[in-house]
Design a binder for this molecule. Sequence first.
Ligand SMILES: *Cc1c(COP(=O)(O)O)cnc(C)c1O
Length: 355
Amino acid sequence: MVYNFNGGPSILPKEVFEEASRAILDFNGTGLSILEIGHRTALFQEVVDELRVTARELMGLDAEHEVLFLHGGASTQFFQVPMNLLNQDATAAYLDGGEWGRKAIKEAKLFGTVEVVASSKDKNYTYIPKGYTIPPAAAYFHYTTNNTIEGTQMHAIPETSVPLVADMSSDILSHVMDFNRFALIYAGAQKNIGAAGVNLVVVRKDILGKVQRPLPTMMDYRQHIEAGSLLNTPPVFAFYVCMLTLRWLKQQGGVSAIEKINDRKAALLYQTLDSLPMFRPTVAKEDRSKMNVVFVMDDPELEKSFLATCKEHGMVGIKGHRSVGGFRISLYNALPLESVEVLTELMNDFAHTKA
Ligand SMILES: *Cc1c(COP(=O)(O)O)cnc(C)c1O
């Protein structure tokens, strides 16, 4: 038995792996592989349609918002967003809450002025900055909803009249939120949506078409909207896996149902950490992420020993990001509660034998 706590690409539902494997050999009884059908065939159009409709439904999007599936990962959105939304002489406001946000800031500076409204860099991004003001004239305000590497999460949507732009790569569809409040949302698929190679982008149409610079076709959201995310050959298999994963989520009862399970997983893990002094969570309590739980052990020998114990018991992907160290346990939608139960039991046993 393997328990997969990888940070991304990460665990997907077993049913998705099974169905996707079948489709490689024979897609829906056609005798053709999903890998060899044209992206403009009716067969594949059905996949794209279901993917789009299910994503809209799960997020409860209104008619003003379009859903796109693009290439290039979230890192491409770091520059595609300002390219489409930020004029050279304008200012965008950014929150510097973690390593991914910092990368987004760096790219945005290529296209206009960036005002960093607050940063938690002073404490290694172990908390979410609060009490900042967003300049009302900003073209948009960008933040990362969940800091995958550091293990912090924003638990409320900022109140502002400035258009909101969010990188939701690591917590999208993990809990209920009003997605319609955002002007633009992007998320790399490899955490909660499906297979790597796809980016989900939600965009409110009225914010587009306002930049003066000419946009390369593949970078222009409006062109992708017009082409229904089929401007060129999409990553067809990744689209398919995303469609299956969203279909699975819908079958589970959607976002509100998965949120209940996610809450139980996070509560169990944090309670265990708080009850065992050997393990030390690294982030401010009120900003703890329900998707990525980061902790360290103060004794490097014990840390090594615990890592080895976990490995023996089939736990993979628990080592912390290279910039933080310690451990990172990712609790994405597809991770069953049972995996967290097994892990926390192991932590309890370990703490008691080593105490
Ligand atoms: C994983 C991740 C990224 C990077 O995604 P790529 O698809 O590798 O570009 C960006 N932002 C956040 C919050 C992430 O978790």
